[in-house]
Each structure stands twice: as structure tokens, then as C-alpha cells.
Design a protein around this ligand. Structure first.
Ligand code: SAH
Length: 377
């Protein structure tokens, strides 16, 4: 369905042609159709066709009344993204390169693990945050992704999995009975690909709302984790609007070390992060994850573990810690600590009372698909 912008199209028509059926959450889609004179519930119907039934065009939405179908065929579009390449790592991790309409590209990564299949999605082309250890940072920020470009990564990955017959199909119960069952293979989503999700705040909120909608793909919010560099003032509003899990990239025990590797620390200090965390209205048993990239000789000494433990003690009942041994990439001035040092760091944390600690196994690092290695070449 291409927008009609040819000769003779009036200004209004050109404007209307911009209606992208994939770029709106269900509420916005209801409003958009109402504004065109259709009953709002048609928005629900179209939303289900797009996200659950995979309609390729308005013409395929066979149970819509003809005037609505004609209106959408003439004035709306239903774009789609494709994987331009796919690399499978020996550990089963798959990096998908997704081509955007402006010829730019982003990467997303499917990470299989026992019964789980997690997709790591991108929210921006590049990133503005400038973290010294991250490969995406070397691109700078080229642009935000639109909501549909974020959510579409899930459809691209679903298609890749189903082409390979990989993974069990799951059918979230809640969405049943409303225009067909949901069927998908991904179980979890993490917003840890290229970009800073809270820097693309509206895009990421809308994408989360689309992906969690019980009339769409119906991901339970607790199966989605959004990771932020720590844009402190946006954290509470974001959680309020999406209900998903939060991870914060702490990466250092004190402000001196953190500012040295994360420029954002000059604006938002560790104290600011701890303060917002202490006040966050969290659902019962929900915890926020602190990510901590271990960089040899920079932040991986037992003394760092001690400082870190002391620092996070006031919020210990609200957090868990995820240690990520550095994933190397060309030109990065850091090294991954040895397994023994990672162990020692974890033991030191336990000694100072921090027990909920998980060491993230590197996945897909042989194909530059691991944390902090994403950058289309
Ligand atoms: N911008 C977001 C999400 C993207 S990065 C954020 O900063 O949280 C996801 C995680 O990977 C972050 O915790 C980040 O600190 C970590 N990371 C970045 N580069 C890395 C690297 N080279 N090795 C290991 N982890 C890295």
C-alpha cells in the first residue's frame, strides 16, 4: 500500500497519506480512525490485523467494511522491514541486520536459552551517550527509531525463527477470542541493543505499549526489560506508562570511575540514581537490575566491590546485580577480566552482603552480537 502523493493530490491528501497503521498504539489507532469518521472500535480490529494476524495490506483485512478498507488502501500505509542479513553464532545466538527505509540499518539479536528465546532490540540508530566501552557509541546518534521500527524487530525475529522452525510456539491466553489467537516464539524482550531507550522516550513508550497489548503480541510487561544508562528524570514516567522491568547501567562503584567511562554521570550521579530508585513504586517482588560491566583494572578490584556494596545497601531489597564481563571489540581500550577475577569480585560482593548477583555469560561475542558490540559495519 503506497501513499498516493502523485499529481492532483491535494495538501490534505498528502497529509493523510502519512497515516502509518503500524506506528500507533491501539488507543492512538482508535483515535486516528475516529478522526477519519470511522467508529473507534475499528481501530481495535485493524490493530489485531496488523500485530496478530500479520496482514500485509488493508485489502487483506477481510472483515472490515468496504468503505473503511478503501479509505485505508488510499490513505494509509502498512510498511514492513526485512532482515538484510543474519549471522548465527555457534552458541545459537542470531544477529539480524534490519534494513530501514532510509537505507540505514540496526541490529537485533535472538538469544536462545533453554526454554527461553529472548530478543534484544535497538531503539536508535547509533547512540548519543558516548560510553567509552561500547561499540555502538562510536557511531554517534544518527536518529531515533520510530515506534513501529522498534516493534517490527520482533516481527522480523519471529519470521526468522519460524522460517527455521525454531522454538516452540506459545499462545498467551489473555489475548484469545479477539480476532484469532496470538502465536509467537519469542518469550522475552530486552531493550539492550543499539541506542539509549529513554533518550528515545516516546518511541520506546509507544513500542512497549504496542508489544504488551493483549490484543496484539501480548508480551507480559514482566517479560520485557528496558535498560537505561540512567536518565534519572525519565525513569518513573517511563515505568508508569509501560509497566515493564527496568535495568540501569551502573558500571562503577563511585562517581569518579563512572564519570571516566560514562559521560552521562556528569549530569546524573550515582546518588541521583539511588534516590530515584528508593522512591520508585515497584510492583510486589519486582526488582530493578543494576548492570555492571567488568573492565579489567578499571572497576573490577575487590575494593570496588566493597564500595559498590556499601553504596547500594540502602536499596538492596529493591535491586539485583548483573555482572557483565567486558565484550571486546576493535579499538576499545579495555580488557575482559579473567574468570578468576570475576569470581573474586562476586565473592567480595557476597562478603559485604550482596548476594543477588548474576554473572552474564557472553552470548554471541564471536559474531559481535554481545552486549555493547552492535554496530552495522
Ligand atoms: N543504552 C542502554 C542499553 C544498551 S547497552 C544502557 O546503557 O543501559 C546494554 C548493556 O550493555 C549496558 O549495561 C551496557 O553498560 C553494557 N555494555 C555496553 N558495552 C559493553 C561491552 N563492550 N561489553 C559488555 N557490556 C557492555
Amino acid at each position: 500500500m503506497e501513499p498516493r502523493t502523485g499529481a492532483g493530490a491535494g495538501g490534505d491528501e498528502v497529509q493523510a497519506a502519512a497515516l502509518n497503521l503500524k506506528d500507533l498504539d491501539r488507543e492512538a489507532l482508535r483515535a486516528a480512525l475516529a478522526a477519519r469518521g470511522h467508529p473507534p472500535y475499528r481501530g481495535d480490529q485493524v490493530f489485531r490485523w496488523v500485530w496478530r494476524r500479520g496482514a500485509a495490506s488493508a485489502a487483506a483485512m477481510t472483515d472490515l467494511p468496504a468503505p473503511l478498507r478503501e479509505d485505508l488502501t488510499a490513505h494509509a500505509r502498512l510498511p514492513r522491514l526485512e532482515a538484510t542479513s543474519s549471522h548465527v553464532s555457534r552458541d545459537g545466538t542470531t544477529k539480524l541486520l534490519v534494513g530501514l527505509d532510509d537505507r540505514r540499518e540496526v541490529e537485533c539479536v535472538v538469544i536462545p536459552d533453554d526454554d527461553r528465546r529472548t530478543l534484544c532490540v535497538s531503539t536508535q540508530v547509533g547512540c548519543a551517550m558516548g560510553c567509552k566501552f561500547c561499540r555502538t557509541a562510536t557511531m554517534g546518534l544518527l536518529r531515533d527509531l520510530r515506534p513501529w521500527e522498534i516493534a517490527e524487530q520482533v516481527l522480523v525475529a519471529e519470521r526468522a525463527l519460524s522460517d527455521r522452525g525454531e522454538g516452540r510456539t506459545i499462545r498467551p491466553g489473555r489475548g484469545r477470542g479477539q480476532g484469532g489467537e496470538v502465536a509467537r516464539r519469542l518469550t522475552n524482550l530486552v531493550f539492550m541493543g543499539m541506542g539509549e531507550p529513554l533518550h528515545n522516550f516516546e518511541g520506546t513508550v509507544a513500542a512497549c505499549r504496542i508489544l504488551t497489548d493483549p490484543q496484539g503480541l501480548a508480551f507480559p510487561p514482566r517479560r520485557i526489560t528496558v535498560s537505561t544508562v540512567g536518565l534519572v528524570d525519565r525513569i518513573a514516567p517511563f515505568l508508569e506508562r509501560t509497566g515493564v522491568n527496568l535495568a540501569i547501567s551502573l558500571n562503577a562503584p563511585d562517581d569518579a570511575v563512572r564519570a571516566g567511562i560514562m559521560p552521562v554521570n556528569r549530569r546524573w550521579s550515582i546518588d541521583a540514581i539511588l534516590e530515584v530508585l528508593a522512591d520508585l513504586p515497584l510492583p510486589r517482588r519486582r526488582r530493578v537490575t543494576f548492570e555492571y560491566v567488568l573492565l579489567a583494572g578499571v572497576n573490577d578490584e575487590p575494593a570496588h566491590a566493597r564500595t559498590l556494596a556499601r553504596r547500594i545497601r540502602p536499596v538492596l531489597d529493591r535491586v539485583k546485580l548483573n555482572l557483565i564481563p567486558f565484550n571486546p571489540h576493535d579499538g576499545a581500550p579495555f580488557e575482559r577480566p579473567s574468570a578468576a577475577r570475576v569470581d573474586a569480585f562476586q565473592r567480595a560482593l557476597a562478603e559485604y552482603g550482596v548476594h543477588e548477583v548474576h554473572v552474564r555469560r557472553p552470548r554471541g561475542d564471536a559474531i559481535l552480537a554481545a552486549c555493547g558490540q552492535l554496530r552495522p559495519s
